[in-house]
Write a protein that binds this ligand. Sequence first.
Ligand SMILES: [Zn+2]
Length: 607
Amino acid sequence: MGLSFRHAVCMAALLSCASPAMARTVPADVVFTNGYIYSVDKKDHVYQALAVKDGHIAYVGSNAKAGRYVGPATQRVDLGGRMMMPGLVDGHMHPLDGGKSLMGCSLDYLALTHDEFSQRVRACTANPALRRANGTLVVHGWFQEAMKPAGVRLTKEDLDRIDPRRPIVVRSTFGHTTLVNSAALRMAGITAATKAPAGGEIVHDAKGQPTGVLEDVAQDLVERVDPPLSADENVQAARASLAAMREQGITGFLDAWALDDDLSSYTALQKSGELTARAHFAPLVEPATGTDVAGNVQRLKAIAAKYDQGPIGVDPGITVRNVKFFMDGVIAAPELTGRVLQPYYVNAGTKDAPNWVPGTSLGPAPYFPPAVLGPLLQGVVQAGFDPHMHADGDGAVHIALDGVQYVREHLPHADFRPAIAHDELVSPADVPRYRPLDAVAVLSFQWEKEGPDTVDAGRDFLGPERAKAMEPAWPLYKAGARIAYGSDWPVDRLNEWFALKVGVTRTNAPEAGEKYSHPLGDAPGLPRPAVVRAITMNSSWELRSDTLTGSLERGKLADLIVLDRNVMQIPAADIANTKVLLTMVGGKVVYNRDGSIALNATTGPAR
Ligand SMILES: [Zn+2]
């Protein structure tokens, strides 16, 4: 449709027509017409048609002009008015863990009572296929903050009642907490005398015994119990993660804590031609090594030398140009491991008659003290890496911004793209600093709603003022900060379209019930163009692929998706229901939902 007779003749003959330029037009591999093509270019232009040639966008514009690109072998797709947009670029996720969470025993991110939790774990213990080779049962998808009723604390005894003999390891969806039973503690050699590693905590009871709860880096202590997956198992998990990404429309991602397993698994899939998203990796700098700048730089360079595949090409490849740092944990209870500027509140009353008042704790000591962070970031930037800092509480954000400022002052001409991920609390005084420092805020929009993990877990401990200011997407946006999106999968289920909906509405899903039906806080949601830009162009900027991905413009890579509904026009709540019909990466269709998009190879131009 849309081809005028004259264009058709020009195409058929490929001879000179009115303009010599038209005659030189090389036929495209694919031409999409009759679409609502949301480009995310500088002005968010909407076009009708797009042509793909050799993995790149050869043309974006009108139906009529796209006709020039139709040759004898061109596949033509009539979009029938459907929306096309750039492929999603997820600026912060943990894809290998995400893939693992799709395999084995899972609590499915559900809000469970103590009994329901026990029943589900017990059911898993009955299935030998779910155990690791060493007999350990690993349980994923534990939504710790949503346990019912609020405030339930699980300990090793809860798991001992399910299985006293064989190890059980329960991984929280936040990734900051692991719960294990006594058998697992024994196998790991954790006793009352065991010292927690830097950046972690072994939780103890009143008698000084480990409760089975391990926080942050202390989770590494159970590595013997839940040993790393075999190389083959890791590749399986990576494969599962990519399938989930294709379905979501993800064409690029940052692995925001890249271990060697992550790098080698996705590299194996890249070599076998199965890598269907552009893969960016951020190896971790451990807090304990913060003062060893040269050692860290040397190690990071060695990782990059081994895995980075150089400039981005048509086929998805692998980059190692980002580096991960943890500034703190999370501001949600029960962890309260986020570093805050003003003390957490404590209940000075009783459970039934609470009286929340400021306490004394600012959370754990900064994982990287400011005096260590500045020179460390500087060294990493000088070596050509972009720092990606996890900072959840306003104290951690403040330290991260100071670190960026230090580098900007010491290396005024450095081209570096610092990212601060999560930003759940930002002091009003720090909000205007992102833009001049050009620090990109990598937000997880799905957290901007009322729910067990936000209002229930945070409100009391933060106090009323801070609770109202949680998830400051709007103030950051108003202050001109560059906002990118990162799902943090598998912290939450992978559902980018729900996240974008929450980014616009700041409301939970209707299924969450009346209690969580109100928008979070006082600030409005972001305009739709801003949430779409966050997960396309701005995350591409974060990952230094903005000249090649993130928008549908001539010359860029053909990384694009076709949707079953128009997320710019439907009621905002409906954005959550969006299904991706087609995912294309570098001009190659990697996902076609139930074959719903007809790719017709035609023998010639429209007749
Ligand atoms: Zn993360």
